[in-house]
Design a protein around this ligand. Structure first.
Ligand code: URP
Ligand code: ZN
Ligand code: ZN
Ligand code: ZN
Length: 474
C-alpha cells in the first residue's frame, strides 16, 4: 500500500448516506483509500467496535467576541477549539462581528489576529453585519465574500446589533447579488423591549424573566417578517437557533410556498426548559441558562424533535456562546444582578452538542446514525461552502474523523470538559455515546479526553459560495 501515513482499521464507517464496514487509508492529511483492508501504513489505529464518522462541524459558535465593556467571553480560539475537538468536532465557524460605527473589514482583520496561531482545528468565519453603510454593502461585503467569508448573520434584536427592516432588505439584496448565505437571528426587538420594560416596572428582574420577556410569539413574528423580506427579494435565508413550534410553523409555511428557507436548532431546545432559569428559588443561578431565544417547555422539545425527523432543520449547532458564571465579568456582573436585561446571553455547548444529539436522538431511536452525521457535519459543510473537502468520508476529502463509542455512558460534568467557562448547563446530564478520538487532517487532536493537538494546527478555511444561497430565479 503506497506511502500511507495512517490507517484506521476495523471500524464501521458512518456517513450521511451509508453505513459500511471498511478501513480508511490517510496520506498528507487527506483520505487516500477506502478498502476492505488497508495495511502497510506508518501508523495504525484499531477502531474495532467503534463508529468512524466525519468530524463534527459546528457552524454556530461564538469565540472571543466583543461583549461590551462589562463582560468578557470565556473562550478564545485556543480553549474554544480544544473544547470543540474534545466533543468530536474538526471544524468550527465562529462569527467575525462588526462593531457599530466601525468598518466591517477592520473588525474581520482584528478577528483574524485573534485566531492566528490559536486554533487546534480548522475554522472559517461568518460575518455579523451590524452597520450596513453604503461602503459595507457595496465594497466590504463583496470583498470579504471573495476572501472566503461567504455567509453572514443579521440580528432582529439586541441594542448593539439590531437592523431595521430597511437595513435587512438592503443586506438581503446584497446577499442575493453575491450568492452569500444570510443567517437570521429572528426575535422582535420592540416587542422584547416592551415586555422587558413592563417586567422590570413590576419588579420582576430575576433571570427567569428573561424567558418571559421573549416568548415564542416574538420569535414567530420575526421569523415571519424575515421570511417575507426574503420572499420579496427572492433570497434564501437560514433561520438560526429555532426554539419551538411557533417559528417552525413559519418555516414550514415558507417551504410550502416554495421558498428557500433553511433552519437550525440547538441542544438547549431539546434538553432545557424555561424552568431551568428559575435556578434555586428564583436566585441568580438561573443565569447559567440564559440564552436567546430562551429554552421553552417539554411540548416545544417534542416539536423540535418532529422538526429534526421531518427535515425542517438542516443543521444542529451548539450556539456555543460561553460566559463565566461566578465572575463579575460574566453572568454575575454587578449590572446583571440588577436585572435579567443585563445578564449576558449565551451558554457553553460546543463540546456537549454531539453527545447530546447522539444520546437523545440515536440512542433513543428518534433518528438514525446517518441522520446524526447529516445534522452534525455533512449539512453544515454543504450549507456553508465546505463540501466535500469537509463533512464526509470519501477519497480526496480532508481526513477529519471522529471515532465514536456508541455504547459509552458518560455523565456530563464541568470537570470533564475542556472549555473556558466555569460551568456547564448540562451538569449531571447522562449520555450514551461519546467521542473516543478526534482526528483532524490526519492528526490526532484529542484522544480519550487528552489533548494531543497544538494551537496553530488549525487553519483558516476560505469557504466557497454556498450552493444553497442561489436564488430561485437564478
Ligand atoms: O444567547 C445567545 N444565543 N447568544 C449568542 C448570540 C446569538 O444570538 O446567537
Ligand atoms: Zn450569533
Ligand atoms: Zn443569535
Ligand atoms: Zn449564536
Amino acid at each position: 500500500m503506497p506511502d500511507l501515513d495512517l490507517a484506521i482499521r476495523g471500524g464501521t464507517v458512518v456517513t450521511a448516506s451509508d453505513t459500511i464496514r471498511c478501513d480508511i487509508g490517510i496520506r498528507n492529511g487527506r483520505i487516500a483509500l477506502l478498502a476492505e483492508a488497508v495495511t502497510g501504513a506508518a501508523r495504525t489505529i484499531d477502531a474495532s467496535g467503534l463508529l468512524v464518522m466525519p468530524g463534527g462541524i459546528d457552524s454556530h459558535v461564538h469565540l472571543d467576541q466583543d461583549s461590551g465593556p462589562d463582560v468578557t467571553m470565556a473562550d478564545g480560539f485556543e480553549s474554544g477549539s480544544r473544547s470543540a475537538a474534545a466533543g468530536g468536532n474538526t471544524t468550527i465557524i465562529p462569527f467575525a462581528m462588526q462593531i457599530k460605527g466601525r468598518s466591517l473589514r477592520a473588525c474581520v482583520t482584528e478577528y483574524h489576529a485573534k485566531a492566528e496561531g490559536q486554533s487546534l482545528i480548522d475554522y472559517g468565519f461568518h460575518l455579523i453585519v451590524s452597520d450596513p453603510t453604503p461602503t459595507v454593502l457595496n465594497q466590504e461585503l463583496p470583498a470579504l465574500f471573495a476572501d472566503g467569508c461567504t455567509s453572514f448573520k443579521v440580528f432582529m434584536t439586541y441594542d448593539d446589533l439590531v437592523l431595521t427592516d430597511r437595513q435587512l432588505l438592503e443586506v438581503f439584496s446584497v446577499a442575493r447579488r453575491e450568492q452569500a448565505l444570510v443567517m437570521v437571528h429572528a426575535e422582535g426587538y420592540d416587542s422584547i423591549k416592551f415586555l422587558a420594560d413592563r417586567l422590570e416596572q413590576a419588579g420582576k428582574t430575576a433571570p427567569y424573566y428573561h424567558g418571559v420577556s421573549r416568548p415564542e410569539i416574538v420569535e414567530r413574528e420575526a421569523a415571519h417578517r424575515a421570511i417575507s423580506h426574503a420572499e420579496l427579494l427572492d433570497v434564501p435565508i437560514m433561520i438560526v437557533h429555532v426554539s419551538g413550534r411557533e417559528a417552525m410553523e413559519q418555516i414550514r409555511w415558507a417551504r410550502q410556498r416554495g421558498l428557500k428557507v433553511y433552519a437550525e436548532t440547538c441542544p438547549q431546545y431539546i434538553t432545557l426548559t424555561a424552568d431551568d432559569m428559575k435556578g434555586l428559588n428564583m436566585d441568580m443561578s438561573g443565569a447559567k441558562y440564559v440564552c436567546s431565544p430562551p429554552p421553552r417547555d417539554t411540548d416545544s422539545q417534542k416539536a423540535i424533535w418532529e422538526g429534526l425527523k421531518q427535515g425542517v432543520f438542516q443543521t444542529f449547532s451548539s450556539d456555543h456562546c460561553p460566559f463565566f458564571y461566578d465572575s463579575p465579568r460574566g453572568k454575575l456582573s454587578p449590572k446583571g444582578r440588577t436585572s435579567f436585561r443585563w445578564v449576558p446571553n449565551g451558554i457553553p455547548g460546543v463540546e456537549t452538542r454531539m453527545p447530546i444529539l447522539w444520546s437523545e436522538g440515536v440512542a433513543k431511536g428518534r433518528i438514525s446514525a446517518n441522520e446524526f452525521v447529516a445534522l452534525t457535519s455533512t449539512n453544515h459543510a454543504k450549507m456553508y461552502g465546505l463540501y466535500p473537502q469537509k463533512g464526509t468520508i470519501a477519497v480526496g476529502a480532508d481526513a477529519d474523523i471522529v471515532l465514536w463509542d456508541a455504547n459509552r455512558k458518560e455523565t456530563l460534568r464541568q470537570e470533564i470538559l475542556h472549555h473556558g467557562s466555569d460551568y456547564t448547563p448540562w451538569e449531571g446530564f447522562e449520555v450514551t455515546g461519546y467521542p473516543v478520538m478526534t482526528i483532524a487532517r490526519g492528526r490526532t487532536v484529542v484522544e480519550e479526553g487528552k489533548v494531543r493537538g497544538s494551537p496553530g494546527d488549525g487553519r483558516f478555511l476560505k469557504r466557497d459560495k454556498s450552493p444553497y444561497a442561489l436564488p430561485l430565479g437564478a
